[in-house]
Design a binder for this molecule. Structure first.
Ligand code: FES
Length: 101
């Protein structure tokens, strides 16, 4: 794998009035993750980027972390510090924010 952790954040913006992550601060989540990755100089190992709809819109804003394939739900900007420190840097999944399929 190119990256140790690869994060995708849904930033989809619907036009039909249904809930969508892009309208609920999805892009702020991407920016917050990128800021932390850069501050820690982890750009070669960790990548965060925007993504289209994951088809789990009621759980949004949503992000997924690979290689684990862990989806996080209802992610607030205030949750990013915990996800980043716990999961991205220390490989400990934040269970209370994880979606169980
Ligand atoms: S709009 Fe984000 S999962 Fe569908």
């Amino acid at each position: 794998m190119k990256y140790k952790k690869h994060l995708f954040v849904c930033t989809n913006e619907r036009t039909d009035g249904r809930k969508s992550c892009g309208h609920e601060h999805g892009m702020l989540l991407v920016d917050e993750l990128k800021k932390r990755i850069s501050a820690d100089k982890l750009n070669a190992e960790v990548r965060a980027q925007k993504a289209g709809c994951f088809d789990i819109c009621p759980f949004g804003p949503a992000l997924v972390v690979y290689p684990e394939g862990v989806f996080y739900k209802n992610v607030e900007v205030s949750n990013i510090a915990e996800i980043y420190e716990s999961h991205i840097k220390n490989n400990t999944i934040v269970e209370r924010l994880k979606i169980e399929f």
